[in-house]
Write a protein that binds this ligand. Structure first.
Ligand SMILES: *Cc1c(COP(=O)(O)O)cnc(C)c1O
Length: 402
């Protein structure tokens, strides 16, 4: 397909797609096997509280990651909260600002200050030099985030944590099925947290997990997940309700069975995007190290305003007109969201790379519902927009002037 000026919706053409294309549209496993499991759950009337599906979901996670313990939860935010609490973090904890806001909220929720560190613009992961620079006498821990599924600087963070006697935890919400130097993500630091939210690589509708090799920590986390119950009528610990339901575990198990298939679709999509976008001026798609396990779940393109004819936000507006709902993850950075921008108004002074990268990246639709044909059409829209950049910019300026 070769688009002409008149084809672009923003110039008066019809949208290229009749239906909206979303980033993070859920992948779904085998429906028949799922329905068998759901019927079984209804037949046995064991809907939650330590049932067999949660147990086997946790078992599969430990097998696939090689970690000793998996504590499945209702979502990853609660998993982060109980991991932070079980590890005794207080005071200040270092995290990247360039992450989903839950990483920060899980700390602030329990009166711990998230201290925002800058990223390495090459990897989008927290820069260990920035981490080291932000340590104060009140710092008790570091939460590394494996952004887009690419391992953050695990070695350097481990070394810094050891030298300063800090607790190291990882937000691995993006990184299920990914590896670092050949070792599956899950076994680094004191613990790692996965998300199985509907929009993630593997999903259980809503869901999350803490994984750890530490026996005592695992025991504490299990108590915290279930109100601190140690037996019938016996509570020994302060806890919350962080349990995963049997239905969620059944969806999760079915999703895990489709794991290889989803990676293949994601990888194919990623390659088509790269082929068609990397040839455009000022556009680059992030790289995944081919020597590692990757889930290829995120298609992240950087639009360099110095060399691309249109900037990121202009491209988003053009794509939106064509029913392509690309997203600017993770703009504007946690430090520019409330309550953080009011509580810590000077954070941006330490985050130049975060601010620059957050203004240049966009996430594009992928997953089971996106075909190579759709991707070529999306890339064609961007190419045609670049070719007509002058005219389009004028229209966009008129629109925003009104
Ligand atoms: C999705 C996500 C979370 C939160 O996961 P939920 O399961 O939705 O609570 C936390 N951190 C990051 C980096 C995420 O992308």
């Amino acid at each position: 397909m070769k688009l002409t000026v008149d084809d672009l919706a923003i110039l008066g053409g019809r949208p290229a797609f009749a239906e909206k294309l979303y980033v993070g549209r859920p992948n779904i496993g085998d429906r028949t096997r799922l329905l068998v499991r759901l019927n079984d759950i209804l037949d046995t009337r064991w809907l939650t509280n330590g049932g067999p599906y949660v147990e086997s979901f946790e078992g599969r996670i430990t097998e696939l990651t090689g970690v000793k313990h998996c504590i499945a939860t209702c979502n990853a935010t609660v998993a982060l909260e109980i991991a932070i609490r079980a590890l005794g973090l207080v005071g200040e904890v270092l995290i990247p600002s360039f992450t989903f806001v839950a990483t920060a909220h899980a700390l602030q929720w329990q009166q711990i200050r998230p201290v925002f560190c800058d990223i390495d613009p090459k990897t989008h992961c927290m820069d260990p030099r920035s981490v080291e620079a932000m340590i104060t006498p009140r710092t008790t821990g570091i939460i590394g985030v494996h952004l887009w599924g690419r391992a953050c600087y695990v070695n350097a963070l481990t070394e810094i944590a050891a030298r300063h006697k800090l607790t190291l935890l990882f937000d691995a919400a993006h990184a299920f099925g990914c590896s670092d130097r050949g070792r599956m993500i899950g076994s680094f630091g004191e613990a790692e947290v996965f998300s199985f939210h509907a929009t993630k690589f593997v999903n259980s509708l809503e869901g999350g997990a803490v994984v750890t090799n530490n026996n005592a920590l695992a025991r504490k986390l299990r108590l915290m997940r279930n109100f601190g119950f140690t037996g019938y009528d016996k509570v020994n610990y302060v806890g919350t309700n962080g349990k995963m339901t049997e239905v969620c575990a059944a969806v999760g198990l079915t999703s895990l069975e489709a794991l290889n298939e989803i990676v293949e679709v994601n990888r194919r999509n990623y390659e088509v995007y790269r082929e068609n976008l990397d040839v455009l001026p000022g556009v680059s798609v992030i790289e995944y190290d081919p020597t590692e396990h990757n889930n290829y779940h995120y298609i992240v393109a950087e639009i360099d305003p110095a060399s691309a004819p249109l900037n990121r936000d202009e491209l988003l507006a053009i794509l939106l007109n064509e029913n392509v709902l690309a997203r600017r993850y993770f703009w504007p950075g946690c430090h520019r969201m409330e309550p953080y921008r009011t509580l810590y108004p000077n954070s941006h002074l330490f985050l130049p790379q975060t601010e620059r990268v957050a203004a240049q990246v966009m996430s594009l639709p992928t997953g089971q519902t996106i075909t190579p044909e759709i991707i070529r059409a999306i890339c064609d829209i961007i190419r045609a927009a670049f070719e007509n950049a002058g005219e389009i910019r004028k229209i966009l300026e008129e629109k925003t002037a009104v």
